[in-house]
Design a protein around this ligand. Structure first.
Ligand SMILES: [Zn+2]
Length: 441
């Protein structure tokens, strides 16, 4: 992609981000890893900072998220559900500490708590008179979906608070997720029924929570970890106090957390967590770092989207270089033709990878992927291999561009491309690659 024209780069970034937002939030079918998404997003933020006159009110950087689904009632959050600022770099973490120090002053003493960042779906639970009254998704941070019926199927979420407990009206925040073993079992079951597979545990959890039929949600065996209280009217002094209160109310809290007196301790904790993360029964994509003393929260305040008393540190996925030997075509049952990279087998994040999706031809062109290229491969959501980028400095000039097909590789009929759509498809109803679909329906 040409980088010398910021206006057109911003335009193309917005187009890509909006498309991936829809795939991620609406269709639960992400095509790129969080890391790739974050790179696009951070590049857009950077350009908008450099060229503020090019920033539009409707830029995707202007909102927290957008996961609302039709069919659920909207609820306004009593306290906005902000998203955390995130970073992949230790330097930015140190900058976070320096900013905290600047605001609070060196004479103040504060500490940090580091928790695993669970790769699930953020939720808010409201208890009234001791009973679970409302379960809400984050939505855009201000308004979310009422998913109470589905939340009630999650067995680790108490339906009522213990009798005689000091808090009987309470709003807590946490994360709903599906465990790794349950995710594998769910996808195996779907494969046996010829249903589309979930891309990763988080998408399975999101899709299940936003299912209009609570019976289906119940079958997904979701789980939840609670790590915050939205409104506490100064009843607690520290985040550690909140965790221990949640625990005494029988919420499942993060299974491990670190109390850190210095930013160096924080960095050590993050390294420790990275070593431990494969051992947790759920996906962890990073660490959450929070200032422990609640009395500083007001002074630290917030940016437009995120509190300044917390930050998320994300682990960049392992990227491995290998040779792209060939590109083949796959025709899905809906007729969509997908390019697939045939790779020199390589070991990535715990398993050998020899094929990776190239998503679609537009994405392939954007990344300028050619046959014979040295490419970087990673696993999206720790599971599905994708080609992230080409090692351009390793080009020899012998690499071959793979053209868009004119004909279906299975039935040889001409392909079609709808204006404004990325997919190239075979519309031949007799195409053997698609026959199964028509027999079933
Ligand atoms: Zn065909």
């Amino acid at each position: 992609m040409k980088k010398d024209n910021p206006e057109s780069e911003i335009k193309s970034l917005i187009k890509a981000i909006e498309r991936h937002n829809s795939l991620y939030y609406v269709q639960n079918k992400p095509e790129i890893s969080d890391y790739e998404y974050d790179l696009l997003y951070k590049r857009l933020e950077q350009l908008e900072r450099e060229f503020p006159h090019l920033k539009s009110d409707t830029s995707p950087t202007m909102r927290v998220g957008g996961d609302q689904v039709e069919g659920f009632a909207s609820v306004v959050h009593s306290v906005p559900m902000m998203s955390l600022d995130n970073t992949y770099s230790e330097n930015e973490l140190i900058n976070f500490h320096i900013r905290t120090e600047k605001i609070l002053g060196k004479e103040n003493k504060w500490t940090y708590v580091v928790e695993p960042k669970i790769d699930g779906v953020a939720i808010s639970l409201r208890y009234l008179n001791g009973k679970l009254a409302l379960g809400i998704t984050r939505g855009d941070g201000r308004v979310g979906d009422d998913i109470t019926a589905n939340i009630k199927t999650v067995r680790s979420i108490p339906l009522h608070l213990p009798e005689g407990s000091s808090s009987d009206t309470l709003e807590v925040r946490g994360e709903v997720f599906i465990s790794k073993p349950n995710f594998v079992a769910l996808n195996e079951d779907r494969r046996s029924k010829d249903l589309e597979l979930f891309a990763n545990p988080r998408n399975a959890a999101a899709g299940s929570l936003k299912n209009l039929d609570p019976q289906i949600t119940a079958g997904r065996k979701l789980d939840a970890i609670i790590y915050g209280i939205a409104e506490h009217e100064h009843r607690f002094e520290s985040h550690l106090d909140i965790l221990s209160e949640l625990s005494s109310l029988f919420f499942k809290v993060p299974p491990k957390f670190w109390y850190c007196k210095t930013i160096q301790d924080v960095i050590t904790a993050i390294e420790e967590l990275k070593e431990l993360k494969q051992g947790f029964p759920f996906d962890i994509d990073g660490a959450v770092i929070k200032v422990n003393e609640l009395k500083y929260y007001e002074e630290l305040g917030q940016t437009a989207k995120s509190p300044r008393w917390a930050i998320a540190f994300k682990y960049a996925p392992e990227q491995v270089e290998t040779v792209l030997k060939e590109i083949t075509l796959q025709v899905g049952r809906t007729g969509v033709i997908t390019p697939v990279a045939e790779l020199e087998p390589v070991f990535v994040d715990g398993s050998t990878v020899s094929r990776a999706t190239l998503h679609n031809f537009e994405d392939m062109r954007r990344k300028d992927i050619r046959i014979g290229d040295k490419v970087f491969v990673e696993k999206a959501g720790d599971i599905i291999p994708v080609v992230v980028a080409v090692n351009l400095s390793a080009r020899t000039g012998k690499e071959v561009v793979f053209p868009e097909p004119d004909a279906c590789p299975v039935c040889s009929q001409p392909v079609t491309k709808t204006e404004g759509e990325v997919a190239i498809r075979c519309d031949n109803l007799q195409c053997p690659a698609q026959m199964k679909r028509w027999i079933e329906h």
